[in-house]
Design a protein around this ligand. Sequence first.
Ligand code: ATP
Length: 339
Amino acid sequence: MSEAFVHCRGVTKRFGETTAVNDVSLEVERGQTLALLGPSGCGKTTLLRLISGLERPDAGTISIDGVQVSGDGKYVAPEKRRVGMVFQDYALFPHLSVRDNIAFGMSGGGRNERVDRLLAGTGLTGLGSRMPQELSGGQQQRVALARSLAAGPRVMLLDEPFSNLDPELRHRLREAGRAILESLQLTAIFVSHDQEEALSLSGRLAIMMNGRIEQVGAPSQVYNHPATRAVASFLGDANFLPGEFRDGRLQFELGSVTAKSDLSGAVEVMVRPERLRLDGDTGIPVEVVHSDYFGHDQLATVRLPSGDVVKVRLQPGRNFEIGSRTSLSLAGDVVLFPA
Ligand code: ATP
């Protein structure tokens, strides 16, 4: 029987009246990177702190590599769990050089060589003798990563590690972080507010809301087949329209199409903006009421004959004046939820 490397079973953590983590069960396989994404205050940080041992659960158990570390009266101290943590405010020791910061938690021989390897692995070769205040934010963040890797963790927990950085640096560090985790085959859980980051960086994605895990799966699975309306509207852009579904056929304002669902009768139809097309040969008449330009693409808001508005992701190079009239058609799958 293969057991998950990190395994939370029915974990609950309360702070007074607040249930920060509510009956969470989560499995992360060895070597896997799981992204934990959810709105502010949904319990992400608390869940990481429970796994690291900085918090004790009120109910449930946590095991790492088959050994129970929390729950049922068991409690293994954080320093014995071999869990590495990198947080947004990477507190480096200001009076120690980069090299000494990294070597701080190391024991045993070959320290210099191990520090060199970590410097190289995090792209910091040549900076070992600098002091933390002589580094950029991104470099400091890499020192923090190297320092937590130096202790030989079995699991890495990263809490919004890149959120203080500008987008360009963030992107580079994200790639570097992924390469490091992959090369060391470390099991990692990282918390993010940033949807693109979570979708692109992780092998698996868990969506957390109100202290609960709403859905876990491959990023594309969660995006394309959201389990609940809440997940659909949280992750990416989503349009919701009323419809009727019977015997495999959906009727709604955009037409009559086949769809898959166990539901019957009145439904709510979720359509992603990139599954809609403007200005095709067929379609229903719409008016463009708004447009958001993002550089790499553009999101138009159009009004349907019913008065409902939907967002449409435009093809590169397409442009529609506000107030212009065109046609809208469906160009992909929809997801149905109970009305
Ligand atoms: P964010 O994305 O904003 O960092 P989060 O998803 O990480 O949020 P947590 O920090 O885990 O959320 O907080 C979950 C809930 O628990 C929040 O309502 C928070 O106010 C509460 N909470 C967290 N830590 C404590 C604490 N030590 N004492 C009291 N309440 C707490």
